[in-house]
Design a binder for this molecule. Structure first.
Ligand code: 6PG
Length: 254
């Protein structure tokens, strides 16, 4: 592998996190997929189960395909979503649908795959029901700490479905949020994990591709207002944060 790496941020705590720059799309998928696989193996060794939270978007799909080709203890992995769009599971906009097919989740027992029902008429009820599911899965007194979480960043600085200007980056008392429709951006309503849940992940993999994201990577890893650039919330993660980006996206960030 010819990927170059640079460290960053306080170890195991706040800060921009590590940055891995992959030469091309294939290497990016292999790097991120291997990191996911290692985290899954180690969680299963330590706790008997690996809980993985999956972001949508196009950037992580090759990584999911790579992971799907690896020899993993699949029955011991539980799949959750970081965020979901108001679309039925077989719709092209469904994060569940695209990740399900890229990861080959039809091999999984259905009780291990936890779709967010963002298309429900009562999205608030759907958010609360996903919160209850997380509480049951992790334990009521335990942190909802995913073993591995994939994240992306949007052109407007969002991560998960924490969009700028909606006031969600400061919500501390919820695990899952119902995000309203944003007609000015052509975006449907969504469900998303809250910032405190993002911060608890043991490993966050931020997967970003393309020159168009270059300035946003710098903004997300730099100082400034979190509500203006919600992906800055990743700097507050308590676990390991690894940005896996391609050369075009990296620019001067290393
Ligand atoms: C979604 C996401 C979102 C995504 C970014 C990056 O449902 O849209 O989970 O947060 O990660 O928008 O998307 P791309 O990978 O397509 O650039």
């Amino acid at each position: 592998m010819s990927a170059s790496a640079s460290g960053g941020g306080a170890s195991g705590g706040a800060g921009p996190g590590e940055l891995l720059v992959a030469a091309d799309a294939r290497e990016l998928a292999a790097l991120a997929g291997e990191l996911m696989a290692r985290a899954i193996h180690s969680a299963i060794e330590q706790r008997g189960v690996a809980r993985v939270a999956i972001s949508g978007g196009s950037s992580p799909l090759d990584t999911y395909r790579h992971l799907a080709s690896l020899d993993l203890p699949w029955p011991s992995v539980e799949w959750f979503w970081v965020d979901e769009r108001a679309a039925p599971p077989d719709h092209a906009r469904s994060n569940y649908g695209s990740a399900h097919s890229a990861l080959g989740l039809d091999r999984m027992p259905p009780e291990r795959v936890h779709r967010m029902e963002a298309e429900a008429a009562d999205r608030e009820a759907s958010a609360l029901s996903y919160e209850r599911l997380l509480r049951r899965s992790f334990g009521v007194a335990a942190a909802v700490a995913f073993d591995v979480m994939t994240l992306g960043i949007g052109d407007d600085g969002h991560t998960a479905s924490l969009f700028p200007g909606l006031g969600f980056t400061g919500v501390e008392d919820r695990l899952v949020l119902a995000v309203p429709e944003q007609p000015s951006k052509g975006l449907e309503p969504r469900l998303t994990l809250s910032a405190p849940v993002l911060h608890e992940a043991r490993l966050s993999l931020v997967i970003v591709r393309g020159a168009g994201k270059r300035s946003m990577i710098e903004a997300a890893r730099g100082p400034g207002d979190v509500e203006a650039i919600p992906s800055r919330t990743i700097q507050r993660s308590k676990g390991r944060v690894v940005w896996v980006v391609d050369r075009e996206a990296a620019g001067d960030a290393r």
